[in-house]
Ligand binder design. Structure first.
Ligand code: HEM
Length: 357
């Protein structure tokens, strides 16, 4: 302290954060936790941050009332400086997040990153993955355009077909059987408040386990592993990744602006929404199992897949991690992946392919 009562140790001391910064600087992490061969987790985090930032900007100009909602998005997109760019980055970021999470999961499957002691890292990751679609579904309705409105009708009717709880879930979500002002208010509060809060918790949990259980040792590299400081080395690497992905998505959003469809018309039941790429396989499952078997496509098969992934670390407990020595396990996983791919291609051809002659 100086005679005037001010601390003498510079700005960190003055802000009373010297201890915290020193502790952060003393944290060591494996250098390969963010490297050319392992970056999907850090990229997913960068995309989440970008989604939050662009989401906050959009929220400043959004009105959650049917009709006005569309006008507010229209105004932000076409009249506000950078409005279209920010909406575009938000849109491309969640699409890319789904792909990056898929790669992150696939990598963990191939190198058995889920094996003990990382069971809870895996399970917390799966919970995040199952959670992201709820974000997309709630966000889709917010512009109150034809696509969002009618896609919500399809989703709520599929949800309503789930035995016992289906109808109740739809009413809870929409405040009634119809998609109106209560539904928009609920989707808005979920998308901007409840879901981000829950996601923050889940991501915090995932990082807690990544920090405490560590990342798996590299399988294919012969170089000796070294540790680096979390701050500034690792944080700087991550900031560089954030900068690169922001510029890249900004360029994509500038070159291919995200369209805004026509305003929602609840009386126009001729509008048939096309399923997005990431639900094509689910859509196809729903299309294959009709009538009394519908529950297989809507709940039983997707539920069994999720449950199978959840229990994987308790079935394949290691210590063998090399993919060539886990052939049986990887063959089953690849076969399931192939079925999902074929279903997606079938769905794509049905919805986006040439019309039948
Ligand atoms: C927004 C979502 C996610 C974020 C931000 C995230 C972040 C991370 C980070 C930074 C790491 C350490 C470095 C790395 O391995 O890339 C990691 C590791 C891991 N994550 Fe995630 N993750 C997410 C989603 C998921 C999902 C969906 C799964 C799988 C279901 C998952 C499972 C794992 C596993 C098993 C590891 C340890 C991998 C190993 O040690 O080889 N994560 N995650």
């Amino acid at each position: 302290m100086t005679g005037s009562g001010k601390p003498s140790g510079g700005i960190l001391e003055w802000l009373a954060i010297r201890n915290a910064v020193e502790k952060l600087g003393a944290q060591r992490v494996w250098s390969d936790a963010l490297s050319w061969t392992r970056f999907t987790g850090s990229l997913a985090l960068a995309l989440l941050v970008l989604l939050c930032l662009t989401g906050v900007f959009m929220a400043f100009n959004y009105t959650p009332v049917p009709g006005t909602a569309y006008d507010s998005v229209d105004f932000a997109q076409f009249s506000l400086p950078f409005g279209g760019l920010i909406r575009g980055v938000h849109h491309y970021a969640w699409n890319l997040l789904l792909m990056v999470m898929g790669l992150h999961l696939a990598r963990a499957l191939v190198v058995a990153g889920y094996q003990p002691p990382r069971e809870l890292t895996w399970i917390s990751g799966l919970l995040i993955m199952l959670f992201i679609p709820v974000f997309i579904i709630t966000g889709d309705l917010l512009p109150w355009d034809q696509k969002g409105f009618w896609s919500t009708q399809v989703r709520t009717s599929i949800m309503g077909s789930v035995p016992v709880a289906g109808d109740w879930m739809v009413r809870l979500l929409q405040g009634g059987p119809r998609t109106g002002i209560v539904a928009l208010t609920r989707f808005y509060v979920l998308h901007l408040l409840v879901l981000p809060g829950t996601l923050l918790l889940l991501v915090g949990l995932h990082f807690h386990f990544v920090a405490h259980r560590g990342v798996s040792e590299p399988l294919f590299s012969t170089r000796e592993r070294r540790q680096v400081s979390l701050f500034p080395t690792m944080v700087n690497r991550w900031l560089l990744l954030l900068l690169i992905i922001t510029v890249a998505l900004g360029a994509v959003a500038y070159l291919w602006p995200v369209p805004l469809g026509d305003p929602a018309d609840p009386t126009d039941s001729n509008y048939i929404p096309k399923p997005e790429w990431w639900v094509l396989f689910l859509n196809q499952l729903v299309a294959i199992f009709r009538g009394p078997l519908m529950v297989l496509g809507t709940a039983v098969i997707p539920g069994a897949l999720a449950a199978g992934l959840m229990v994987l670390p308790f079935i394949d407990r290691g210590p063998e991690r090399h993919p060539l020595r886990r052939k049986a396990m990887l063959t089953v996983i690849a076969a399931i992946g192939l079925v999902l791919l074929v279903l997606s291609i079938m769905g794509y051809l049905e919805h986006y392919g040439p019309p039948p002659a």
